[in-house]
Design a protein around this ligand. Structure first.
Ligand code: NAD
Length: 450
């Protein structure tokens, strides 16, 4: 759905919006729309430790322009702050104040990325834990302060160092237009798994893309976010098997014809769903995206059993059963990667959505609890929690509620289905195999709830 307000405040009403102090969301630079001039701008790497220099060298090897000190007047594409060596909160000041003094040089749709140790209160020295946890507060607050489509996110090192391959993959994702609508979030790298991927390959498409040669099943692929996921995974080189209800068969066929994919008309709640999926793939399932989902909103006081049960059955019980069946029957490929659709409602809760929020919080729980099982096969399972995304689902909202929902995020606009699809493509790629059991929000740092 079109965001008319965004177009107006970037066009004829620009001055009026400025004078009245109204929100002025900017058009985000997404993967396909990122201009070459932006790609060529330098990246500033801050941090006094040896890891910061190693990271700067790695970026140089990947063809990026790198600076170790900010030079006044030079526009920056990104600021990367390496804070993995902070032992106490007082150790943070030099690098953090360095970010502050470089912020005005950040280009439109620029990036700030912090890299630090994952907070682990159980196993860390108290001051070390304070520094680690402090960096999460810093990054989230900074994301609220960003302007002109810029974002701030963090990479957390959970028992790994900066050389873990998925750290580089996370950087390529966060630096690129693929993460345009991700802000105030953390990507946790928790193992050395993952194929090392150069930035060029991560940003390539087709037969040299990050999913080249892999098959990918996408449920609910006939429209909305599912159709965008199918298109993106195909763009990145995957052979896509699109699944949707028989009633959506025509729309599904159109999407699959467009991308050279295969259709599977199937209700994912059917007892035989996992078997049908494996048959359609024609071999072990490699990439599986659990996207199909429904809403049946009502206050709990007015909730009938049909509304409650249908949402739980489609959104969580069906995917739990499919995963369990594929796992038990050995139908997942070695290195299989699964990504499920959660929702910010499952994190923050939402009025009128007890059923939906239960199912989506359930997805987050299922994902975290299944990580070990997938790791045994060298694979991963992760979730993506979208906030307000412009789809048929959100087009049904009352106009005023829709306007408020759009503006109540740090990026002051709704996301596009492609934003969710890009994050899923990243988590499903071989370079991201060191990221497991996590949930990444794609919500423009939505301010409602969490
Ligand atoms: P949508 O309603 O536009 O599309 C969902 C698709 O899933 C449809 O094609 C539908 O036919 C299919 N589907 C539903 N039940 C099915 C079943 N039993 N078997 C097979 N297919 C089935 O929804 P969307 O907005 O594109 O959302 C996609 C996913 O993202 C959902 O899981 C949703 O909960 C989640 N999500 C969406 C938003 C948003 O703002 N749109 C926000 C957070 C999470």
């Amino acid at each position: 759905m079109k965001d008319t307000y965004l177009n107006l405040v970037n066009g004829p009403l620009k001055q009026v919006a400025k004078t009245l102090g109204l929100p002025q969301p900017v058009e985000l630079q997404r993967f396909d729309s990122t201009p070459e001039s932006y790609r060529r701008k330098p990246v500033l790497v801050l941090g006094a430790g040896p890891e910061a220099q190693k990271l700067a060298d790695m970026l140089l090897e990947n063809g990026l322009e790198v600076r170790r000190h900010s030079t006044s007047g030079e526009s920056l594409r990104a600021i990367i702050a390496v804070l993995d060596d902070a032992k106490t909160p007082t150790d943070l000041s030099e690098t953090v104040l360095g970010i502050g003094s470089a912020l005005r040089s950040l280009a439109k749709c620029g990036r700030v990325i912090t890299i630090s140790m994952a907070p682990d209160a159980q196993n860390q020295d108290p001051e070390l834990a304070a520094a680690a946890q402090g960096i999460t507060g810093l990054t989230r607050s900074l994301a609220h302060e960003m302007r002109a489509g810029s974002t701030a996110n963090g990479i957390l090192l959970d028992g790994v160092d900066l050389q873990a391959p998925s750290v580089a993959t996370a950087l390529w994702f966060l630096l690129s237009g693929k993460s345009a609508y991700v802000s105030g979030q953390f990507v946790t790298v928790s193992s050395q798994e993952g194929t090392p991927v150069r930035m060029e390959q991560f940003l390539s498409t087709g037969t040299s893309g990050p999913l080249a040669g892999r098959s990918a099943v996408v449920t609910g692929a006939a429209r909305g976010i599912g159709a965008a996921i199918a298109r993106n995974l195909a763009r990145d080189g995957a052979h896509v098997i699109g699944v949707d209800m028989p009633q959506a068969g025509q729309a599904l066929a159109e999407v699959m014809n467009e991308i050279g994919g295969k259709t599977l008309q199937l209700d994912i709640t059917a007892e035989s769903a996992a078997q049908k999926i494996a048959e359609a793939v024609g071999g072990p399932v490699d990439v599986l995206i659990h996207n199909a989902g429904i809403t049946r909103d009502k206050m709990l006081a007015n909730m009938d059993a049909a509304r409650w049960n249908s949402v739980i059955t489609v959104n969580i019980a069906a995917q739990a059963r499919v995963n369990a069946h594929l796992s038990e029957k050995g139908l997942f490929a070695d290195g299989a990667q699964v990504v499920s659709l959660a929702s910010t409602s499952g994190i923050a809760g939402n009025r009128g959505q007890t059923n939906y929020a239960t199912s989506k919080a359930g997805v987050i729980g299922l994902t975290a609890a299944s990580a070990k099982d997938f790791a045994h096969r060298g694979g991963t399972i992760n979730a993506v929690a979208p906030g307000f995304i412009e789809t048929d689902m959100t087009a049904k909202m009352p106009p005023l509620t829709r306007q408020v929902a759009r503006r109540l995020s740090s990026l002051q606009q709704g996301g596009h289905p492609v934003d969710v699809a890009e994050t899923i493509g990243f988590l499903a790629s071989a370079g991201a195999r060191g990221i497991n059991g996590t949930t990444v929000r794609v919500c423009g740092q939505n301010m409602v709830g969490a």
